[in-house]
Write a protein that binds this ligand. Sequence first.
Ligand code: B12
Ligand SMILES: *[C@@H]1O[C@H](CO)[C@@H](O)[C@H](O)[C@H]1NC(C)=O
Ligand SMILES: *[C@@H]1O[C@H](CO)[C@@H](O)[C@H](O)[C@H]1NC(C)=O
Ligand SMILES: *[C@@H]1O[C@H](CO)[C@@H](O)[C@H](O)[C@H]1NC(C)=O
Ligand SMILES: *[C@@H]1O[C@H](CO)[C@@H](O)[C@H](O)[C@H]1NC(C)=O
Ligand SMILES: *[C@@H]1O[C@H](CO)[C@@H](O)[C@H](O)[C@H]1NC(C)=O
Ligand SMILES: *[C@@H]1O[C@H](CO)[C@@H](O)[C@H](O)[C@H]1NC(C)=O
Ligand SMILES: *[C@@H]1O[C@H](CO)[C@@H](O)[C@H](O)[C@H]1NC(C)=O
Ligand SMILES: *[C@@H]1O[C@H](CO)[C@@H](O)[C@H](O)[C@H]1NC(C)=O
Ligand SMILES: *[C@@H]1O[C@H](CO)[C@@H](O)[C@H](O)[C@H]1NC(C)=O
Ligand SMILES: *[C@@H]1O[C@H](CO)[C@@H](O)[C@H](O)[C@H]1NC(C)=O
Ligand SMILES: *[C@@H]1O[C@H](CO)[C@@H](O)[C@H](O)[C@H]1NC(C)=O
Ligand SMILES: *[C@@H]1O[C@H](CO)[C@@H](O)[C@H](O)[C@H]1NC(C)=O
Length: 432
Amino acid sequence: MRQSQLLPLGGLLLFSLIPSQLGTICEVSQENYSCLTLLPLLNTMINSKYSREIQAANVLLSLRLVGIQDQSLERHLVQEVKKNEEKKALNLTSGQLALVTLALGACQNSDETITHLHLVSKLEKKFQEEIENMVIHDGNPLTNYYQLSLDVLALCLFNGNYSVTEVNEYFIPENKNFYFGGHFSVDTGAMAVLALTCVKRRIINGQIKASEMDLKHITNYTESLVKKILSEKKENGLIGNIFSTGEAMQALFVSSNYYNQTEWNCQETLHTVLREISQGSFRMPTAAAQVLPALFGKTYLDAYNSSSCGSGSFNISIQEPLPIEPNSSSSWISVNYTVKINETYFTNVTVENGSFFLDVMKRAQEINETVFRFTYVESSWGPYITSVQGLEANNNERTYWELLSDGKPLSQGVGSYVVQNGENLEVRWSKY
Ligand code: B12
Ligand SMILES: *[C@@H]1O[C@H](CO)[C@@H](O)[C@H](O)[C@H]1NC(C)=O
Ligand SMILES: *[C@@H]1O[C@H](CO)[C@@H](O)[C@H](O)[C@H]1NC(C)=O
Ligand SMILES: *[C@@H]1O[C@H](CO)[C@@H](O)[C@H](O)[C@H]1NC(C)=O
Ligand SMILES: *[C@@H]1O[C@H](CO)[C@@H](O)[C@H](O)[C@H]1NC(C)=O
Ligand SMILES: *[C@@H]1O[C@H](CO)[C@@H](O)[C@H](O)[C@H]1NC(C)=O
Ligand SMILES: *[C@@H]1O[C@H](CO)[C@@H](O)[C@H](O)[C@H]1NC(C)=O
Ligand SMILES: *[C@@H]1O[C@H](CO)[C@@H](O)[C@H](O)[C@H]1NC(C)=O
Ligand SMILES: *[C@@H]1O[C@H](CO)[C@@H](O)[C@H](O)[C@H]1NC(C)=O
Ligand SMILES: *[C@@H]1O[C@H](CO)[C@@H](O)[C@H](O)[C@H]1NC(C)=O
Ligand SMILES: *[C@@H]1O[C@H](CO)[C@@H](O)[C@H](O)[C@H]1NC(C)=O
Ligand SMILES: *[C@@H]1O[C@H](CO)[C@@H](O)[C@H](O)[C@H]1NC(C)=O
Ligand SMILES: *[C@@H]1O[C@H](CO)[C@@H](O)[C@H](O)[C@H]1NC(C)=O
């Protein structure tokens, strides 16, 4: 556990929301937002235990972009990566490696660590493996396009080798990998816009060679993706859902040439995000890390230039988290839990009030192991369900275990979704 500590915070919080080169798309009057608004976010990030290095990478990247130094986190992350190297078991996925690279390289004046660990050349290889997998498996990458976008972004920012022609071949906005279950993935589109914008800037600055045609394509793709992102804007200003909005904002910051100012009210989006922060929507470190940069007008593209990252100018006090009070007057609730493959299996499960979806699954497994057994892996968003009844999710076939309540897909995982009495919960064998 950490002591309460003082952290120098970058810039005047929220007062200078948008760096000058981004135009005036999101000016927010200062008087209404105090630092207090952001304290829960920072607390979540700084106090997280970083059980997974990839969570630490998300947090480190985000803190560096807004100008908060956290030396113990940096040491921890570098150690994790080095440990992996020594064991020769660097089993990071391409996007995880890209995130580690972005985090370690962000806002530094030299990229010593990156060079020393040969991160960029490893990432080049991982990116090629993604493409080879697509060739063999009907266009399906080893991971997903969110990660391929992270790959291109990190390679672009840190001078890795990648082929612009390949990028153009695979990042067509109509590519199925931009969609899950037929719906455009705002997170994925936003990350792709950031990556394509980086590549475009490099071409224009003459840092990499590309044909006129390549440049035209990149421009066309960016414009289409931005349109798709904006078409996912909700009445309250959120873009996609609450968890994609921060990254969508980043994409819109760097692409203001591609839409009309009247098409996006940045302030409205920001208000809603700040309200959600105060309501505790960002309790997961990864969620907090993904939304923070946009609140400071920062984007992942700022990572390569230390002078566009925030720099400490005033102090903020980070508190130890309050221990969660156990509810002594515990009561019980029951839910209808269903596993659906081709057949439907269901049972009435009784759990304590306040339980998570995962608790329901564990209880059901006790009731009937054959039907309700399952496995999961820890990811940066918490436990991810990988198999039920021994049937395993598979990226090559685009299969996964979908979570639903009363027939509607959940926007949280089994480790954070709190179940309600009488709810119809379901895990469904699905294709994305
Ligand atoms: C790709 C993706 C998927 C793919 C994953 C398989 C694949 N081909 O890679 C598919 C479409 C299957 C998927 C499923 C789900 N997803 Co998803 N997914 C993403 C996305 C776009 C990128 C993840 C990624 O690669 N990150 C980068 C790498 C470097 O980090 P990583 O931790 O190693 O990534 C792994 C985990 O993120 C994991 N994963 C993906 N989704 C989810 C969701 C949860 C809750 C968990 C614990 C893990 C997890 O898969 C990644 C690859 O292995 C993110 C967007 C985002 N902003 O992160 C949403 C996102 C993480 N998913 C989300 C959700 C809600 C889900 C589902 C719960 C939806 C549902 N109703 O069923 C399910 C997971 C159910 C389960 N089995 O546990 C939310 C999580 C929000 C939250 N607060 O928890 C996000 C943020 C999207 C959003 N804006 O709402 N997802
Ligand atoms: C700021 O707060 C004042 C009063 O507290 C309110 O009248 C005003 O609408 C708020 N402005 C914004 C931009 O939220
Ligand atoms: C790492 O990946 C390789 C090949 O993909 C696999 O053979 C090995 O078992 C993995 N190691 C760990 C520790 O998961
Ligand atoms: C760069 O990558 C391309 C393919 O993406 C490859 O053909 C080329 O040889 C690589 N160049 C160097 C210098 O590694
Ligand atoms: C991009 O190009 C395609 C095909 O040439 C065209 O149909 C589409 O309208 C273009 N998109 C934009 C946003 O210009
Ligand atoms: C932007 O929107 C305004 C008002 O709707 C309109 O007059 C203008 O022509 C639009 N500009 C572009 C470039 O679409
Ligand atoms: C870095 O950012 C600063 C300030 O935003 C800018 O003046 C400078 O030109 C940038 N440097 C590079 C290499 O882009
Ligand atoms: C922030 O804290 C440091 C160390 O406690 C102190 O030296 C510095 O003057 C403080 N800065 C501001 C702006 O309060
Ligand atoms: C504790 O549980 C009771 C009974 O379910 C509930 O009414 C109450 O709101 C809970 N208190 C807290 C702090 O969660
Ligand atoms: C529980 O769910 C199953 C299907 O998922 C349904 O057939 C059954 O009627 C439900 N039971 C109750 C009590 O709602
Ligand atoms: C579901 O049923 C279809 C059609 O009968 C069959 O092809 C498929 O293999 C079944 N899926 C599973 C997971 O059992
Ligand atoms: C589920 O079980 C609980 C406790 O045994 C019981 O109170 C409840 O009525 C049951 N619900 C259904 C729909 O059978
Ligand atoms: C588990 O469920 C299956 C299918 O409903 C049933 O055949 C089996 O007897 C059940 N096992 C136990 C231990 O209840």
